[in-house]
Design a protein around this ligand. Structure first.
Ligand SMILES: Cc1ncc(COP(=O)(O)O)c(C=O)c1O
Length: 395
């Protein structure tokens, strides 16, 4: 017997919040848990540029034959350009389409394991909840570096660098490219410079997960630190996602980008990645990548997408302003002003697990473990109730 040997599954903490929300019968329930964007009607819309590209790619598609281990090459080139911009490092980069950023994270973790089985991967404390799972499932040792100052809700870069300074050739430093999940607190440009300098000096491998490009300041600004770093360092791994900025969540669209010492090495590494993919999901799904490729390679569709992305970004920013204003009035303090300095979809509320449960049970407001609030899931008319409820349970 094999199945009988399995323990009871623990369940995914984010997905279990989703099901608790589903089972809540309150008509006033609010889901600020899972990281999806909602528009002013409370819907997660299909972007118009995506809809247009989807229709035209469905019409022009000629075959459902396999697309190959590396995926759609037009998509790969366009994604590499989107992330790296005009970096010199593009000349020694190679890109492979993956099933979402999750697929890229796992593939790159497998690549690390293949090359350096004893490598340690360093994650920010806190980090995206699935980073640890993915790295550990690939058989890698996971360590944490200090990141968020729980008092100020800003990055404690001095403390972080004390650990980064100790890393060497056996270490991989995983950083968020922008819009840190779960905190919203991003690295300063000086911190990116310091990481580049330390990596050059001590030989650790930077691994950048950029899942929210365009949802912070703009597409270029959000990649500024990443683009600086890749030009300074010989080897960098990057995972990127089209789930949030193209709203393609269920289409499982992302990419793994590898920067190597030479173009030749980068090409070789991509063959390794293809072989690793062959040993698991084999080939990525086609539809999402076809849509993204169409958008990024068409001037009009690209402009339309950029405008829609800007609208999403501005809506999140307006919600941040509304939250801070409401917190100021209701708490008679500026304790929550940090929400305005954060980037992207999330911020931290600072609630304990017990307070979060109370928020769920007494107010039908759902956050995820760690008390992250998905600001991008909020409606303007819910702001005051959310603020009053958080303040009530925080007492
Ligand atoms: C930081 C980070 N990386 C990766 C992912 C995974 O994204 P995808 O849906 O493309 O697999 C997420 C999703 O929430 C994320 O927040």
């Amino acid at each position: 017997m094999i199945l009988e040997l399995l323990n009871k599954p623990k369940g995914d903490p984010i997905l279990s919040v989703m099901s608790a929300f589903k089972n809540d019968v309150s008509s006033a329930k609010i889901d600020l848990g899972i990281g999806i964007y909602k528009d002013k009607y409370g819907k997660t819309p299909i972007m118009q540029a995506v809809r247009n590209a989807s229709v035209s790619s469905a019409v022009s598609e000629e075959s459902k034959s396999y697309i190959g281990l590396v995926g759609d090459e037009h998509f790969n080139t366009a994604m590499q350009d989107l992330v790296l911009g005009k970096c010199e490092a593009s000349l020694r980069a190679s890109t492979l389409q993956t099933p979402g950023a999750s697929g890229a994270l796992r593939l790159l973790a497998d690549l690390i394991k293949l090359s350096r089985p004893g490598a340690r991967v360093w994650l920010s404390n806190p980090s995206y909840i699935n980073h640890r799972t993915i790295m550990e499932k690939a058989g890698l040792e996971v360590c944490e570096y200090p990141y968020l100052d729980l008092e100020t809700k800003q990055v404690n870069e001095a403390l972080m660098m004390k650990v980064v300074e100790t890393l060497g050739e056996n270490d991989v430093l995983l950083v968020h490219g922008c819009c840190h999940n779960p905190s919203g607190a991003d690295l300063s440009f000086d911190a990116w410079k310091k990481i580049a300098q330390l990596s050059q000096k001590n030989g650790f491998l930077p691994f950048i997960d950029i899942a929210y490009q365009g949802l912070g300041d703009d597409l270029d600004e959000d990649a500024k630190g990443l683009r600086f770093l890749v030009d300074q360092v010989q080897e960098v791994l990057i995972s990127t996602s089209c789930s949030k900025n193209f709203g393609l969540y269920r289409e499982r669209t992302g990419a793994a980008i590898v920067i190597a010492k030479t173009q030749e090495k980068a090409k070789e590494v991509r063959i390794h990645m293809g072989e690793l993919a062959r040993g698991s999901y084999s080939m990525p799904p086609a539809h999402g990548a076809a849509i993204v490729s169409k958008i990024l390679n068409d001037v009009i569709l690209k402009k339309q997408w950029e405008l829609e992305l800007k609208e999403m970004r501005e809506r999140i920013l307006a919600l941040r302003h509304a939250l801070v204003e409401s917190f100021r009035i209701k708490s008679d303090s500026n304790k929550y002003d940090y929400i305005l300095s954060h980037k992207g979809m999330f911020s931290m509320t600072g609630l304990s697990d017990a307070q979060m449960l109370k928020l769920q049970q007494e107010h039908s407001i759902y956050l995820v473990p760690g008390a992250r609030i998905n600001i991008a899931g909020l409606q303007t008319n819910e702001v005051d109730r959310v603020v009053s409820s958080i303040l009530a349970v925080a007492k």
